[in-house]
Design a protein around this ligand. Structure first.
Ligand code: GLY
Length: 387
């Protein structure tokens, strides 16, 4: 019997108020999205900002819609999820421009829809995305993250974020009965454990491998402050990603790695429980990232259910403190903007991307609130038994 996060949550009134506020705000957010022909990512001047179809975050909006639909039964949310899923077909068609982010882009809505409705088109989309991810596997044991950008040959580039895309490969092995997908996922997770996660539980964002020999030749700071620093969203991707690989495989090393990353993450946020963009950035300016906080909170809510009962409360309490602090200090429930969280940061050195809305911060907050209210389907593992 695992730690029951819904029964243990200490503040039912807060949770009920979050559910009500999310429903009101998301209905407004949907009405603003329906004025456009794109999928929400960031917001500006009270509107969703135009974002190209194919941007790596495109799956979070329909996933948020499915979470809200399952929580409220409101048909508007289902219709909006299906509308976005259809818009995303243009990205599937343009498959040569896809990156490793196809798990974010399809599993958490098409995979979820297939689980709920057995819709064959959603199955095909999810499986096609999994094939695209599998095609990025380098037999030296890592998944190539990005395509070349005209300056660099990126055949050997892997990034920590990819841990969150591995559930798509685990899903594909379940869907087809073919173990190759999950073996690729495990090989990548093993490489990430060995080459990204440092002894203190912090992580590199980018590791460059020799694509022919597989030797790790260089690390770079990526979206964090500098090489050797600690980009908080990368730490959150690792934390949640290793918990998910543990849930999909039962491999103890993944759970131990998730715990190590979680201990480091928690040790770095105790000032106000709102993560800095990089845990090793200079003291000033104070750059925060709400997305890192909400992702980590979701990972911690899964972690506390995966460890023995005696260990669970530590992770659970950290998740609750992060969610409450972020909501209290950063959430915008007004109709001045369609987004809830507006202190997100795309990358430390992207000056225009500091303290902006990034819709996936809202997605993870919704996921956390739904989990705490008893949602049993884990969108990163939609086919799990007893969901
Ligand atoms: N590279 C994905 C992210 O910004 O977290």
């Amino acid at each position: 019997m695992s730690f029951d996060i819904a029964a243990r949550f200490p503040d039912a009134a807060w949770l009920k108020s979050m559910a009500d506020k999310l429903d009101e705000k998301m209905q407004f957010a949907v009405s603003k999205a329906q004025e456009t022909d794109y999928i929400p990512y960031s917001a500006e001047n009270g509107q969703w900002k135009k974002t190209a179809i194919g941007w790596w975050t495109n799956g979070f909006w329909p996933a948020a819609m499915w979470q809200m639909y399952r929580a409220t039964g409101r048909e508007t949310y289902r219709e909006e999820a299906v509308r976005a899923e259809g818009m995303l077909d243009a990205a599937l068609k343009d498959f040569k421009n896809l990156s490793h982010d196809v798990g974010f882009m399809w599993l958490i809505h098409s995979g979820v829809r297939y689980q709920m409705e057995r819709n064959p088109d959603s199955f095909d989309r999810t499986l096609f995305a999994a094939h695209m991810l599998a095609s990025r596997f380098n037999p030296n044991g890592f998944i190539r993250a990005w395509n070349d950008n005209g300056k660099e040959n990126r055949a050997g580039w892997a990034i920590v974020d990819c841990m969150m895309n591995l559930p798509l490969l685990y899903w594909a092995s379940w869907a087809t009965g073919d173990p190759r997908f999950r073996l690729m996922a495990q090989a990548h997770a093993d490489t990430t454990m060995r080459t990204f996660v440092r002894p203190d539980g912090s992580c590199n964002h980018i590791v460059i491998f020799d694509p022919v020999t597989g030797e790790a030749v260089e690390t770079i700071g990526g979206q964090g402050y500098e090489n050797g620093s600690s980009w908080s969203r990368g730490q959150a991707w690792a934390l949640y990603g290793f918990v998910l690989s543990y849930l999909h495989t039962g491999k103890q090393e993944y759970l131990d790695t998730a715990k190590r990353v979680a201990h480091y993450f928690i040790s770095q946020i105790t000032d106000d429980f709102i993560p800095r963009c990089d845990f090793r950035q200079p003291e000033k300016p104070e750059i925060k990232d709400n997305a890192a906080g909400n992702i980590a909170a979701c990972g911690l809510l899964e972690l506390c259910q995966a460890v023995p009962e005696a260990e669970a409360k530590f992770y659970f309490d950290a998740a609750v403190r992060i969610l409450k602090a972020q909501e209290e200090k950063c959430a915008d429930w007004s109709q001045a903007t369609p987004a809830v969280f507006t202190r997100c940061t795309s990358a430390y050195h992207d000056l225009a991307g500091r303290h902006i809305a990034m819709q996936y911060a809202d997605y993870y907050f919704i996921e956390a609130v739904c989990k705490l209210r008893g949602e049993k389907m884990l969108f990163w593992y939609p086919h799990r038994k007893n969901a």
